[in-house]
Write a protein that binds this ligand. Structure first.
Ligand code: BUP
Length: 459
């Protein structure tokens, strides 16, 4: 008999950084004729998440959808954080057992379930009970993943994050400088820390860990973790990136695209800090000075709140009118959601000033766009290290965590000039783009890894 295509359920967790790779993978699986069920938590934290889920489903009518209500958390019950995304991780963990009946009765029966690292601890028992292979998806770099996987060991030694040490040692991989470690990791009771440490304990129970990265981008780290040097109880780490984007082009009102069309090739710096960074108004002003000082053309996507629904400020309240006036031929400042994919694909873009959210890094890698890394929080400094080492960009370490200090316009301006004028970097970044294309092309390493997983699930 011929094998029938597998039925795969996907369970993302909160935030666009987590949802995006799941939607992309869901689209890839669906186009490889898998039966796909997308499971989403309701209500979602941001407006971007709900609109992207609806849009994805409208583009993929063949994909089944299960929506489940999360049991909300009381912010006061977690004194360590008021981050709505972290609270949603926790709430999702408290709610995923509710999914058991609908998953057990899925038709055709599920062949496998792919779920986010952030819900691994509570969902692993459900997956085990269903008796089907299960895969954890992690939405960060392999390097930062190593740190998360090893976190329980680090937390068991009070000296691991001692400020007398300059770096954190994880067996098998290059040590991580202490300033690159998220500050919350020093507090084992912080919700972010305890969530990651608890999720890490579930890793050994999965059939594999799927990762949006590729072998040429993080060769040493992938080799170390897959040879058991980091931890000896992990399942195979499966690099399948950079994930293909499915978002059709030019679906929103993108008034900046005609402007980009009229700019010379590789002349524009694209500036974005992702969906969850609320930059201070003082830093926004310095950034505007830096962009103007650099003399380069720019497209700047500006956000002022952690959750998009709270973003009420208008450009004229954030930036001096005289700045907008002086730069009206040189740049565009945009509020709201943009299609980053369309922007990064545009020939006018020559550099990317970014927070190093891992999806953004992989999108820049696919296109070979040189980056100026300015990590803001979480995994982003770890990711910055990776992209710098891979030749995709530069990073000014002394800027520290973006959300903690203030970098002057003068420094920002200088660094932008450095980014845009570094011809060697441009060549290296282009090479990264070629390697990314090879990895996902027919017979490429990432493509083979995914094909093997799907063949295994077909049997
Ligand atoms: Br903002 C924004 N348009 O306006 P990251 C983001 N994106 O297409 P984050 C847009 O959302 P975490 C916008 O291309 C990427 O695929 C962007 O994910 C897209 O950063 C995704 O880059 C954002 O990983 O998440 O949102 O800060 O903190 O989880 O890394």
């Amino acid at each position: 008999t011929t094998a029938s295509p597998p039925h795969i359920a996907l369970l993302p967790s909160a935030g666009m950084g987590h949802l995006t790779p799941f939607l992309r993978l869901a689209s890839m699986l669906s186009s490889r004729s898998c039966i796909v069920t997308l499971i989403t938590a309701s209500p979602s934290v941001s407006a971007a998440e709900s609109s992207h889920i609806s849009f994805f489903l409208s583009q993929h009518p063949q994909v089944k959808h299960i929506e489940f209500q999360v049991i909300p958390s009381k912010p006061s019950s977690n004194p360590t954080t008021d981050d709505p995304f972290f609270l949603q991780f926790e709430a999702t963990n408290r709610s995923v057992h509710l999914l058991h009946p609908s998953l057990a009765s899925a038709s055709p029966p599920l062949s496998s379930i792919f779920f986010d690292f952030a819900v691994a601890s509570s969902f692993a028992p459900v997956a085990a009970d269903l008796g089907i292979p299960n895969y954890i998806i992690t939405t960060t770099s392999c390097k930062f993943f190593c740190l998360m996987a090893y976190l329980p060991v680090l937390l068991s030694d009070p000296l691991s994050f001692s400020s007398s040490l300059s770096e954190v040692n994880i067996p098998g991989i290059t040590p991580m400088p202490l300033p690159s470690i998220p500050p919350q990791f020093k507090n084992p009771n912080h919700l972010f820390t305890s969530l990651i440490a608890t999720s890490a304990q579930a890793l050994s129970k999965a059939n594999g860990i799927l990762m949006n990265t590729f072998d040429d981008f993080e060769p040493e780290t992938l080799a170390a973790i897959n040879s058991g040097r980091v931890l000896d109880n992990l399942p195979p780490i499966l690099p399948i990136g950079p994930l293909e984007t499915f978002e059709p082009k030019k679906v929103q009102d993108q008034s900046y695209l005609p402007w980009l069309d009229s700019q010379p090739a590789e002349s524009v710096v694209y500036v974005s800090f992702g969906s969850r960074t609320a930059m201070s108004s003082a830093q926004i002003r310095e950034l505007s000075k830096g962009l103007e000082r650099s003399g380069y053309r720019f497209l700047w996507v500006l956000k002022t709140s952690k959750v998009d629904k709270d973003d009420k400020e208008e450009l004229k309240d954030l930036l001096e009118e005289s700045f907008l006036d002086r730069t009206k031929n040189k740049g565009r400042v945009v509020k709201g959601w943009v299609s980053q994919q369309d922007i990064l694909e545009h020939p006018a873009i020559g550099g990317f000033l970014n927070h190093c959210g891992w999806n953004s890094v992989m999108e820049a890698a696919r296109k070979g766009i040189p980056m100026l890394a300015w990590p803001q929080h979480g995994d982003q400094s770890g990711n910055a290290e990776v992209l710098e080492k891979a030749g995709l960009g530069i990073w000014e370490r002394k800027w520290g965590w973006g959300l903690e200090g203030l970098v002057s316009g003068e420094e920002i301006g200088k660094k932008i000039v450095e980014l845009m004028e570094d011809e060697k970097l441009r060549v290296l970044a282009r090479k990264v783009g070629e390697n990314a294309g090879k990895a996902t092309g027919i017979g490429g390493k990432s493509e083979k890894v995914l094909t093997e997983v799907l063949e295994y699930l077909e049997q």
